[in-house]
Design a protein around this ligand. Sequence first.
Ligand SMILES: Cc1ncc(COP(=O)(O)O)c(C=O)c1O
Length: 426
Amino acid sequence: MKKKKNFGFATKTIHSGASPEAITGARNVPIYQTTSFVFDNTEHAKRLFSLQDFGFIYSRLTNPTVSVLEERVASIEKSRASVACSSGHAAQQLAFIPLLNNGDHFISSNKLYGGSINQFSKTFKRFGWNCDFVEPDNLSNFENSIRDNTKFIFIETLSNPDGSIVDIEKVAKIAKKNHIPLIVDNTLATPYLHNPVDWGANIVTHSLTKFMCGHGTSMGGIVVDCGNFNYLKDNKFPALSKPNKSYNDIKFSETFGDFGYAMKVKADSLRDLGCSLSPQNAFNILNGLETLHLRMREHVNNAKLVAKFLSSHPQIYEVSYAGLKSSKYYKLAKKYMPEGPGSIFTIKLKKGFKACIKLVESVKLFSHVANVGDTRSLIIHPASTTHSQLSKEEKIKAGAGPDTIRLSIGIETVEDIIEDLDHSLK
Ligand SMILES: Cc1ncc(COP(=O)(O)O)c(C=O)c1O
């Protein structure tokens, strides 16, 4: 049999999942702006509804524009399948539902986007899902928190806001030893800089809103099934291993094999929660993905230069960028992201909170927004915004103290970025 060609990253970001449209020859992916799709006959409809055939029914579940995006992201994450949805937060909810029952437990790194800490510790708690947050630099914290009802470990590869790095290969070994999946939020690294599956992750989530879309235009999220976890092995994951009443008693993992988890996320979780991605947003994100490799190179190159400049600035006492030799994450950065650890990091100002506010209000090129991963350079004071709902202690643990500013370095001319910061700091 002819071996399947393994295309390069850039080729995949431009072509995976798409070919010219069969009837019109349209070269770009059409925006299928329709709620529903006409069935061939009643037998066809029945087969689609019972998952005996793959095809399009209704855009809450499946839509051709969204499907291209799903195939493309699965391809660049070197994974089996993926399910797109309306935001990164929606992706986390969709990802967890097949794994957790009321009363179950999971472990998360405490170095996370503040919104995720909130989502896990408050809203998810009301679902009966209990999360222990652990300090990820000490790996035994993960091991020591595992209980009989622990269903997965969750980490961010590069954490928001400070760009610190978790030793993913070692965490994956702990998860494997205990037969639970490792879920990785790869939003800040993107598949260009890092593929969690290479280091043992089983499920990847993304906020597509950030670098993957890349232009600050569209919200989106995705759950990626790496296809490398056996949900049938014990009785830990009944939603995947036991008969499903809605679909003629099929067992998702048995019927769909290495993409059973993705099918469950789509056919059950997305169907019932309805947090679908719109075709227009899928199109915008696909356009963004086509230049992901070019943009990430520029983001990283600019971030390295800006971090270096700031690390010797008299107003600043700490720059968290893991690409600096002085960072305690430098070695991990070299191992897991050899091209560079992204373009989001924090700086700590000697003159504290008031100086942070002054800086945010003085910059001209930077935009003061609650987003990261835009082509534009962005700035925010996390403790009073993105991480404001956390306790004082949680803020410090998450790297969002009162004297801390988060920067998301864009792809403008780097001298202009540096000048804007230097001028404003002065
Ligand atoms: C690392 C990370 N994960 C998830 C999210 C949530 O994504 P969204 O805003 O698309 O819901 C964010 C948002 O900032 C994030 O930074």
